[in-house]
Write a protein that binds this ligand. Structure first.
Ligand code: ATP
Length: 227
C-alpha cells in the first residue's frame, strides 16, 4: 500500500524545519503546517541551530531562550516537535551531520522531508558536503511565494551545479507571510509592536526576559531627539 508520495506504509515520514528561530514566528509555523498536511507527514520537527555556519560571527540569542520560545510556539500542535540535536553538539551545525544523527536516532525506515527556503536553495550547492546532505533526504521541499514564476531551465541549472538535486526537489505553494526574525528583533529594540506576527506566548516571553534589547533603541532615539 502506497500513500500520497509513494512511500511504503511501515515507513515513518518526518518533515524537518531547521533555523535559528531567533525568534520563531508565524512565517515559520504556517509553512511547517502547510507542508506537513499537504504531504501527509506524521510529524514536523523543528531543529534550532546551535552555531549556524552561514551566520559566522553573528551574535545569536542563547539557545535556551530560542528553545523556550519554540516550545511555547508549538505547544498547541501535537504534530509539531523539537530536536535539540544541533544545540547539544559543539561546533558548527552542518546539516549533513544533523541528518546523519537524526537517521541514527529515528532509524533507517524514516523518510526525511527537508524544508528549504527558496533563497537557500540557490545556496545549497555551496553548503558543506551538499551531495551527502541530498543522499539523506527523501525530498527537499522548497516553498514558493505566491505569484512566483519559475524561470524556464532553472531546475536544470541547479542540477548542473548539484547533480541529483532536481530529482529530490518538490516545490509547493504555501501562505506566505512577510515576517522575518531580523525585523522582529529590530521592532522589539525600537519598541514597535510584534503582535500578530508571533504567538502571544512568545511575545510575552520576549517581554518577560527582556530579549532583543527591548526599548533600548527607542530610548536612544528619544534621547537623541531630546538633546
Ligand atoms: P533571520 O531574519 O534572523 O535570518 P528568519 O526569519 O529568516 O531569520 P530562520 O530561523 O533563519 O528565520 O529561518 C528558518 C527557515 O524558515 C529558513 O528556511 C527560512 O527560509 C524560512 N523562513 C523564515 N521566515 C519565513 C517566512 N516568513 N516565510 C517562509 N519561510 C520563512
Amino acid at each position: 500500500m502506497q500513500n500520497y508520495y509513494g512511500s511504503q506504509r511501515d515507513v515513518q515520514r518526518f518533515g524537518l524545519l531547521g533555523g535559528t528561530f531567533d525568534p520563531i514566528h508565524y512565517g515559520h509555523l504556517v509553512i511547517a503546517e502547510e507542508v506537513r498536511t499537504v504531504l501527509e507527514l506524521a510529524e514536523m520537527v523543528f531543529v534550532p541551530a546551535g552555531q549556524p555556519p552561514h551566520k559566522p560571527g553573528k551574535t545569536i540569542t542563547e539557545a535556551r531562550y530560542r528553545l523556550a520560545m519554540l516550545e511555547l510556539a508549538i505547544a498547541s500542535n501535537s504534530h509539531f516537535s523539537i530536536s535539540t540535536v544541533e544545540i547539544e553538539r559543539p561546533g558548527l551545525s552542518y546539516t549533513v551531520d544533523t541528518l546523519r544523527l537524526l537517521h541514527e536516532q529515528w532509524g533507517e525506515k524514516t523518510e526525511i522531508y527537508f524544508i528549504i527556503g527558496w533563497d537557500s536553495l540557490e545556496e545549497l550547492p555551496t553548503w558543506y558536503n551538499p551531495e551527502g546532505m541530498l543522499e539523506q533526504v527523501t525530498h527537499l521541499v522548497a516553498v514558493h511565494r505566491p505569484g512566483y514564476i519559475e524561470v524556464p531551465g532553472y531546475r536544470d541549472q541547479l542540477e548542473e551545479r548539484l547533480p541529483g538535486l532536481k530529482q529530490r526537489l518538490l516545490t509547493m505553494p504555501a501562505p506566505q507571510l512577510e515576517i522575518s526574525a531580523t525585523d522582529l528583533r529590530q521592532r522589539v529594540a525600537e519598541g514597535r509592536p510584534i503582535k500578530y506576527q508571533t504567538p502571544e506566548a512568545v511575545e510575552q516571553y520576549i517581554i518577560e526576559h527582556r530579549l532583543y534589547g527591548q526599548g533600548e533603541k527607542a530610548t536612544q532615539q528619544h534621547d537623541t531627539h531630546a538633546s
